[in-house]
Each structure stands twice: as C-alpha cells, then as structure tokens.
Write a new protein. Structure first.
Length: 367
C-alpha cells in the first residue's frame, strides 16, 4: 500500500471541483468496477483514482482511516490491501479469482463478497464489511460453509480456517478468509453455500452481532502438480525431533509443502514428570536472501499428554522469485509449560527454555 499512497501523492489533480450527487445505482456500478482485480499498470490505476475524485464531494486519505469517494470500501483488489501482512501470499490471486460481487445486508451490517479462488488446496474468499456501528478491530463472518461435493467430509474436522482482517475506514473492514482442505476430498469443481449467521470480533470473542448473510457460488479448481518427496532425503533431525518433507503441490498462485513432525517431548524438554509442550515454528528463505511469507497449518502439535504423536503441518507459500534456485526451510523448536491462571481463568503456555534452530531442509526449485 505504501507504493499506492506515493502514487496518489504524485497525481496532478485540480482540487477546485464542484461536488456531484451520485445515486445509489451509480455507487453500486462504481463499486463493482473498482473491485475488478485484473492487473493494470499504475497509469490506469491513477486515472481511475482521479475519476473517482471527480465523482465525490470530498476526498480524504490517511494511513490509519482512509475515506474513499462515494464511500467505496477499497480502491483495487481486496487482496492488495494485505500486501504488508507477514502472512501475505496472495500476489497472483487477483489474476485467477472468480468475481462474486454479491452484497447482503442484515441488521445494519452490509457484507460484500468481492471474489474467490479455489486452487484445490484452499478456498480463499475476499469480502468487505460495512456497518452503522463499530465492530471492533478484526470482525469476520461466521456461519455454515457448505460444499455439496465434500459430501460432509469436512463437517467436523479435516479443515482449517485462517483470517486476515484490516480496518479500512470508519466501521469499514476488509477480510480474506482461507478455508484450508486438510484431510478430505479436493474435487475439481465446488458449489459453495455460505450461510453466515454472525459477525464476531476476533480480538474480543464476546463482541458478536447476529444476522443472516447467505451466498451461493461455484468455483473451478486451478490446475496443480504434486511431487511426492517421500524417500527423497528432504529431512532434518535433532535430539528428539525428526522432520520430513513429504510432498509439494504447485498451483498457479501458490506452493504448499507438506511435512511430518515426530517429537519425543520428554527427550526434547529434559523433563520426566511435569507437563511439557513442544511447538515447531518455521522460517523460509530463498537462496537470494528473500524471506518468504506463508500460511502455517500446525496440525495437532506435540505435548506430553499425547506422547509420540506424529503431526502433519503444511506451509502454503506465494510466488517465488524467478531467479531463485532453492528455498531453505529452517525449523525452530519451542518448549512450553502451562502458566498460572489469568483473570479469566485461562492458563497460558509459557516457554521453559530458549528456542533453538535445528538444521534446515534445502529444497531445489525449477528442477
């Protein structure tokens, strides 16, 4: 977004402009058009910004609370709003997503699904929320996410959910919802029925607004290639820890690395009696020194309550630099125990030793 703001500052625009009234149908048309996500060069983007200025009675821009012409929630793609988030892996999503463009309002809260993309690994949905009241810092839509072709396989487990949320104006928000398919079918086409029943603030679960927001749409899976890496030697070991790269799935918008983690929690923690948990985090870089963003599915984790459990995490990354020849996956081991109860009765996990890195896994690209 910083580049975007710099472009706005560089525009030469006559600001002595007479305001124009814009009716509701025109606002809907403009909103639909600016939410088109196809890549444009900066010249055309600047022209679009200037045009929206002409249609507005005022234009104020600030880093913290942007207010756009005709109350438009964003300019450009929802995906682009998150490009400074450390989990941002969505560089190419706009080029492959399907337009949804459906708005539903309930109890003063308007939610617009702008577009969605399905790559056979994840269903990713971009949407905006506009409200008459403050919904908190990180509101998201909750409800039943039903896909006919899954045949109920993900009804209770086998999936994971990730959210990226951003406040883009006064009572206006943008959200990316990533529904990860972990253990179950991955059909070539899906028909989605999303029956939203509440908007909840992720920073305060008690801040909830009930309502009804229902959407139906179909998505075609992108082409993908899967490389089986079992037995290929992509593994690392340390005292009590064994990690193996099992496979890699490549789509036009992302690469997903599947791993296995086997941990002897007592051996790692050097503790025979008290509860210990072991958490493994990852850092991913390429041979050019670029740090890679990724979405981390951690699976069931490791604790002395369930000793010897094999966990199957996965890392979903965005595009690599086309000059890179390899990536390096470096695990960091954290050893935790249960702390004292807080005022709400929760007992947080706290570290009992300094985290440490183990030998990385180096995976060649463009073999």
């Amino acid at each position: 977004m910083k580049k975007f703001y710099r472009k706005l500052n560089d525009l030469k625009i006559e600001m002595d402009i007479e305001p124009m009234d814009v009716d509701e149908s025109e606002k809907v048309r403009i909103k639909r058009n600016v939410l088109k996500r196809k890549k444009k060069n900066y010249l055309f983007r600047n022209i679009a910004v200037a045009a929206s200025l002409l249609l507005a009675s005022s234009f104020t821009l600030s880093i913290a609370f942007p207010t756009y012409a005709a109350k438009l929630p964003i300019i450009g793609s929802v995906f682009e709003l998150f490009n400074e988030d450390d989990r941002y892996v969505f560089e190419e999503f706009s080029n492959y997503s399907t337009d949804i463009g459906v708005s539903k309002e309930s109890k003063g809260i308007n939610i617009t699904l702008t577009d969605a993309v399905y790559d056979g690994e994840n269903v990713t949905i971009a949407y905006t929320i506009e409200s008459e009241k403050d919904l908190g810092e990180r509101p998201i839509l909750e409800g039943d996410f039903i896909v006919e072709e899954f045949n109920g396989a993900y009804e209770h487990n086998g999936y994971s959910e990730n959210y990226l949320t951003k406040k883009i104006g006064e009572n206006e928000y943008a959200v990316l919802y990533v529904y990860e398919l972990i253990k179950g079918p991955k059909p070539s086409k899906i028909n989605v029925s999303w029956k939203g029943n509440a908007v909840r603030n992720l920073n305060n679960g008690k801040q909830l607004h009930s309502g009804e927001w229902s959407y139906q749409f179909a998505l075609q899976a992108l082409e993908s290639e899967t490389e089986n890496l079992i037995g290929a030697g992509y593994n690392t070991e340390d005292t009590g820890v064994a990690i193996t790269l099992l496979k890699m799935t490549k789509t036009p918008i992302s690469s997903t690395f599947y791993l296995s983690e086997l941990v002897d929690e007592r051996l790692v923690s050097k503790e025979d009696d008290e509860f210990r948990g072991v958490l493994i985090e990852y850092n991913v870089t390429d041979d050019l020194g670029n740090k890679q963003n990724f979405i981390h599915y951690r699976d069931s984790g490791h604790s002395t309550d369930f000793p010897g459990n094999v966990s199957f995490p996965r890392l979903t990354l965005g595009d690599f630099d086309n000059r890179a020849k390899s990536i390096t996956i470096t695990p960091t081991v954290h050893v935790l125990t249960v702390g004292k109860s807080d005022s709400d009765g929760n007992r947080p996990l706290i570290p009992v030793m300094a985290p440490y890195e183990i030998d990385p896994i180096v995976f060649p690209l463009n073999k």
